[in-house]
Design a protein around this ligand. Structure first.
Ligand SMILES: [Zn+2]
Ligand SMILES: [Zn+2]
Length: 171
């Protein structure tokens, strides 16, 4: 007999289902908007409609220098590659849902939002963000922002995605 899933697991599963639509080979991100247990929309990271996506045109890679603060207080520079062809899942979710519907809603997302998405979500009317995979870049800044605004920011560390979903992440 299978155990009935709790709501957070259920909606994170849906976010993961949405992520399977992503064509970016570096990271499949999915998001779901939920208002009082009702699903209002799903989204994934992808190129704008009518434009070649990563599977057709290849990822559009940029290299950035990232500063990481070490435990001893020193800073370390690392080179990071990112794909900038796609609109992030959270941004697509905001583009395809209504502001009035979002007031007081919850966003479920497979990955911890980046700094830009975190700021957009913070201004979108949502009151809670539930995510699964950690995303270290700007993580401290993002957490501080959410705390400042009183937005619940929940890391579902012990969650595991549905077994049928292929997980591929290139950091
Ligand atoms: Zn890509
Ligand atoms: Zn983002």
């Amino acid at each position: 007999m299978s155990i009935r899933k709790d709501w957070n697991t259920y909606f994170l599963d849906i976010a993961y289902m949405a992520s399977t639509r992503s064509q970016c080979s570096r990271r499949h991100v999915g998001a779901a908007l939920v208002q009082g247990k009702k699903l209002l929309g799903t989204a994934y990271n992808g190129a704008p409609m009518g434009v070649a996506d990563c599977s057709e045109a290849g990822c559009l890679i940029v290299e950035e220098l990232e500063i990481k603060l070490l435990d001893n207080g020193e800073e370390e520079m690392t080179r990071k590659q990112r794909c900038v062809r796609t609109i992030h899942a959270e941004q697509n979710l905001l583009l395809f849902t209504d502001r009035r519907d979002r007031e007081g809603s919850v966003v479920y997302v497979t990955d911890q939002p980046c700094w830009t998405c975190a700021n957009m979500l913070a201004n979108s009317g949502v009151i809670e963000i539930v995510y699964h995979r950690a995303y270290p870049k700007d993580s401290d800044k993002v957490k501080e922002l959410m705390m400042q605004l009183g937005i619940k920011f929940i890391h579902m560390e012990n969650y595991s995605p549905p077994a049928s979903i292929e997980i591929e992440v290139i950091n």
